[in-house]
Design a protein around this ligand. Structure first.
Ligand code: CTP
Length: 406
C-alpha cells in the first residue's frame, strides 16, 4: 500500500555502522510511495557511498553545508522547508547532543533547526553511550521539543558483538514509525490508547526496607514500546526499575501496588490494557513510620496484608479496556493454570511464561511464551523479549480488529 504516497522525506544518514540499513530503508520508503531526499553527514561517507544512496533514492544526495550551487538560494532552508518529515538514521549520541543544544554546524544540523516538519530519530550507539546520563538528558529534552524516536532495540551490536540497548531499529520499524506519524493506514493502532504495567512493586516495611521481587521491567517496557511503534498512544505505569524509559511512551512511575492500581485507573478509558508488572501479592500490613530497630535477638513480627490484584480489578470492571492481557509465570500445569487466570481475572489473553525453562527466568532477556485464550493455545518459540513484544503487539492489534466495539 502506498501509505506514504507523495510524501517528501528528508533522510539524514549519520555516521555509524548501522548506516548500511539506510539502503534498505530507502527502498522501504520508496515502495510506500515516498520521495526520498538523502542528506549524508561527513561521517556517513565512511560507511555507505553517495553513489549507492543516490542510486537507490533516485535522487541527488546532499552532503555539505557549503555546497556552492545550493547555497545560492540558501539550500539548507529550502531542504528544510520542502519536506514533509525528516528521518535521522542512524542518529548518533553526538547528533542528539547537537540538536538538543541547537547547534547547526553542518548541513543536517542546519536542516534540523530550520525545519518545522516532524523529525524522527532512529538512534544507534553503544549501550553504554545510550544509557549515559548526558544522552538520557538529551533524549528527554528532544522528546519535550517534539522530536519522535524509534528504537533503539536491544540486541547484539554490529561492531563489538556486545549485547544491550543501542541497536538501530530495523528499516520496517522505522517506516512503520513514520507511517504512524502521518496517521497512515499501516499503523494499525493509530488513535488507540493503551496502558501497560511493568516492573516490580516495592512495598514498604519501614522507611528503609521494602518487599520486592526480581522483575527487571524489560518485557513490559518492550511491550509498551512495541504498541507505540504500531501507532498507539501508550502510558506505561512502571514500578521501580533500572532500565531506561522506552521511547515514544508516557511513563508514570509508582512504587506500590496500590499506587499502580490508582495510576492505571487514571488512564481509563483505554482500548488496550497489558498487565506485565510483577505486582507484590502482599504488603506489610503496617508500614512503620520510623526505622525498625534491632531489639536483642527477637525479630519483629511482620504481618502481611493482601494487595489488590490490578489485572483482576481492571479485567472485571465496567470500564475495562476492550482487550485485556495478563501474564502468568508457570512451572507446571502451565495451560490449566493460565486458563484459570484467564477466567478468574477477566482477561482476553494470558501470556503464559514457561519459567521451568532457563529462558523464562525472571530478569533475563528472553522468553518462551504460550498465548492462552478462551479459544485455544498458541505456542511461540523461545525469543528475545523485544521479539515477544513485537509479536504480541501485532497479535493485540489483530484482536482489537476482530473484537467488535461494544
Ligand atoms: N497481577 C496484578 N496484580 C497483582 C498480581 C498480579 O495485576 N496483585 C497481574 C500480573 O501483572 C500478571 C498476572 O496478574 O498479568 C499474574 O498473575 P498471578 O496470579 O500473580 O500469577 P503468577 O505471577 O503466575 O503467580 P501465581 O501463579 O503464583 O499466583
Amino acid at each position: 500500500m502506498k501509505t506514504l504516497a507523495g510524501k517528501r522525506i528528508l533522510l539524514v544518514i549519520g555516521g555509524g555502522i548501522a548506516a548500511y540499513k539506510c539502503l534498505d530503508l530507502i527502498r522501504r520508503l520508496r515502495e510506500r510511495g515516498a520521495i526520498v531526499v538523502p542528506v549524508m553527514t561527513q561521517a556517513a561517507h565512511h560507511f555507505v557511498t553517495p553513489l549507492s544512496v543516490g542510486a537507490l533514492a533516485a535522487h541527488r544526495v546532499y552532503t555539505d553545508l557549503f555546497d556552492r550551487e545550493d547555497e545560492q538560494d540558501v539550500g539548507h532552508i529550502r531542504l528544510a522547508r520542502e519536506c514533509d518529515a525528516v528521518i535521522v538514521a542512524p542518529a548518533s549520541a553526538d547528533r542528539m547532543a547537537q540538536l538538543s543544544a541547537g547547534l547547526a554546524g553542518d548541513l543536517p544540523g542546519a536542516v534540523l533547526l530550520a525545519t518545522r516538519a516532524p523529525i524522527l530519530f532512529a538512534p544507534a550507539m553503544n549501550p553504554a553511550m545510550w544509557s549515559h546520563p548526558a544522552t538520557r538528558r538529551n533524549l528527554q529534552r528532544l522528546t519535550e521539543d517534539g522530536v519522535h524516536f524509534v528504537g533503539p532495540n536491544r540486541g547484539e551490536m554490529a561492531e563489538s558483538g556486545e549485547a544491550g540497548e543501542g541497536r538501530m531499529a530495523e528499516p520496517l520499524e522505522i517506516a512503520g514509525a513514520l507511517e504512524a506519524l502521518f496517521g497512515a493506514g499501516d499503523a494499525p493502532l493509530a488513535g488507540r490508547r493503551a496502558v501497560v504495567t511493568s516492573g516490580p512493586t516495592h512495598e514498604p516495611i519501614d522507611p528503609v526496607r521494602y518487599i520486592a521481587n526480581r522483575s527487571s521491567g524489560r518485557q513490559g517496557h518492550a511491550i509498551a514500546a512495541a504498541l507505540a511503534r504500531l501507532g498507539a498512544e501508550v502510558t506505561l505505569v512502571s514500578g521501580p526499575v533500572s532500565i531506561p524509559d522506552p521511547a515514544g511512551v508516557i511513563v508514570v512511575k509508582v512504587e506500590t501496588a496500590r499506587e499502580m492500581l490508582a495510576a492505571v485507573e487514571a488512564q481509563l478509558p483505554a482500548d488496550i490494557g497489558v498487565f506485565v508488572a510483577a505486582v507484590a501479592d502482599w504488603r506489610a500490613a503496617e508500614a512503620h513510620a520510623g526505622k525498625l530497630k534491632k531489639d536483642g535477638s527477637v525479630p519483629p513480627p511482620l504481618e502481611l496484608a493482601l494487595n489488590p490484584d490490578i489485572l483482576a480489578t481492571i479485567g472485571k470492571s465496567e470500564r475495562r479496556p476492550r482487550v485485556v492481557v495478563g501474564f502468568a509465570a508457570e512451572t507446571d500445569d502451565l495451560l490449566a493454570h493460565a486458563r484459570g487466570k484467564l477466567e478468574r481475572k477477566g482477561a482476553d489473553l494470558i501470556v503464559a511464561n514457561d519459567v521451568s525453562h532457563e529462558t523464562g527466568i525472571m530478569g533475563g532477556t528472553s522468553n518462551t511464551v504460550h498465548l492462552v485464550t478462551a479459544e485455544g493455545v498458541e505456542d511461540w518459540p523461545s525469543a528475545t523479549k523485544d521479539e515477544v513484544a513485537t509479536g504480541l503487539a501485532d497479535h493485540i492489534a489483530r484482536m482489537l480488529l476482530e473484537k467488535p466495539r461494544p
